[in-house]
Design a protein around this ligand. Sequence first.
Ligand SMILES: [Zn+2]
Ligand SMILES: [Zn+2]
Length: 758
Amino acid sequence: MHVRKAVDIAGIVQGVGFRPYVYRLATGLNLVGFIVNTAAGVSIEIEGPCEAVDSFLVRLPNELPPLARITGLVARDVMCNHDGEFRILASRAGAEHRALISPDVAVCGDCLRELFDPADRRYRYPFINCTNCGPRFTIVRDIPYDRARTSMAVFPMCAACQHEYDDPTNRRFHAQPNACWDCGPHPELRDAGGRRIECVDPIAAAARLLGRGEIVAVKGLGGFHLAADATNAAAVEKLRERKHRVGKPFAIMVRDLAAVEQMCHLDDVGRGLLLTPERPIVLLAKKYPNPVAEAVAPCIRELGVFLPYTPLHHLLFASGDFLALVMTSGNLIEEPIAIDNQEALDRLGELADYFLIHNRDILRRSDDSVVRLCAGQVRQLRRSRGYVPVPVFLREDVPPVLAVGGELKNTICLTKGRHAFLSQHVGDLENLEAHKFFEEAVQHLERILEIEPRVVAYDLHPDYFSTRWALARGGVERIGVQHHHAHIASCMAENHLGGKVIGIALDGTGYGTDGNVWGGEVLIAEYAGFERVAHLANVRMPGGDAAIHEPWRMAVSYLAQHFGRDFFDLPIRFVQQLDPHRAGVLLQMMERGVNSPLTSSCGRLFDAVAALVGIRQRVTYEAQAAIELEMAIGDDHDAATYPLRLVSEGPGWIIDSRPLFEALVRDLGAGVPTGMVSRRFHNGLVDALTRVAALIRTNHALNRVCLSGGTFQNVYLLEHLSARLVSEGFEVFTHSEVPAGDGGLSLGQALVATHPYS
Ligand SMILES: [Zn+2]
Ligand SMILES: [Zn+2]
């Protein structure tokens, strides 16, 4: 029997080789009809024998080009038309406006083969790409997505490239960044002063410089990297010194999987993750010994590793004999990544010895994404290049809302229908450059998504830049969202939950509705509101923010809280090494309540314990003490647990850490190893939080638990708390699409704002 079907498809189906794919599939099955881009995606009509049409519909979603993503497919019978062939029709006017823009993707296997084939016309061409790979989001100025609205507009295609671009059977059909040696962008080498260095092959020359231990700023996909040979300790130290970056680990780009195996423990899941087209930085456990300089990631048992993802990266490794390059964002501390050639030469001139640049402009900053595997799932730590602007898909339609995120690790979120679009990682909003980037990100996302938000959601902290920005924006309704409520809503949103849940939100800092610093919170939450049912007991933060940078202050605060001034007699090394004068000043500040805000922060509790066991008294980057405390957990299987006490207060509970500190001090006095102390501390938190959840279940008949907040980047805590809750019969929900930390905050803010408090 002869049939004809009309198929409407929504999703990422434009600019990703979808039409040539459908053309090949249809003509391969001898079907006739057409495909056309529409406002929502594509429309297809296919006609032929019933079995062939069925086969087409089965294969269509299963053999997609790598970048395509179908979010909706509706097929219906229509009258046969008896066309003579299958055709790709010209797009209807305005059709491309609402289709989703693809993220940037790593160079594909086909392009790589051509790149290293001396007979190919793009042999060693560093900007080779096709509809299956290459830059997208970072070169888009405006929509619809076509060459004239990208930074490729200034490179008219040569006849050969144009021919590929126009041929529906070609891999480069409508590949907007299509280019070659004759018509496309070119690389160039400059010295630190910005002077051009004449050379036949700038990439090979840069590789030689890197091999000699020089620092080279390399223009990438979403910004500049500062590169240095990761096996050369002197080069890595030089980079740290110039970047004023003391301890925070550097990510390394590694030649290939075989080289990764020399440095890290790698299983099949990890291999797959390194090879995904998004090419994120993957955190992997270090092997000892390994060839990487210790200064790359000091005091940390993990390495952040990624594989080359642009043709230029591949050429760099093919031209040099280094195993791995430090590839860190081209910026000074806390500034956004540099993208413009002149901007890079100005800002990075003191940091880099040479510049490997090119003349294809980067229009959107986008840092490398960072992920890790935990409890068998991919966890986003920084969701940016490769993932943005793919939306998070929601359980139901929501009105258009702009959520502006928090202060650190900022992202913004725009909602439209069933989609929540998170921006790239904007970072810490601590200076003017970052504020400009934040505003650019908002404007660009609103423009390319054509969203005019009617509501702006923001954090309650009055001093956050994002909060002040939101409050100054006119013509919209403004809704403040409590920080930990937003975290739990974010976890609910990506897990498609509605109704009420038990929310365990653990992090360093979030403004509470009582004006205190929250961070160890157990909520009963729904999108429309929350109730704070339990929290860590408040302690003082002597010196305010200084206590965040100096964990020893939190140790003193906890000791004073639990032991009074008698703590000076405790037989532990922390107390013996304490400067009595400085400790005395802290005690006075706390007793008088001077510059000593109250906090229930879980991050500060980790800091106090890390300082007490002697791991770290001062930190050089956020959460350093907590990370190193987790890393200290030994391989023993000690199941001992430090006790925490639940004290009834009103309808809920205060989680009192006094018995924990008593047991911990006893262990330290008895010389129990640090790794074991750290494990017992983690086990204590797992136990206490599970007991709180069980009490809430009894009183409120809730059985779903959401875990969110930056502390859940702690693998031990996430794995053990999840497992324990599951074993007690809870349904447990965690993050995998968006970060558990503040990078995922904007998603939760948006969802809360779409369900206003009644
Ligand atoms: Zn390709
Ligand atoms: Zn060309």
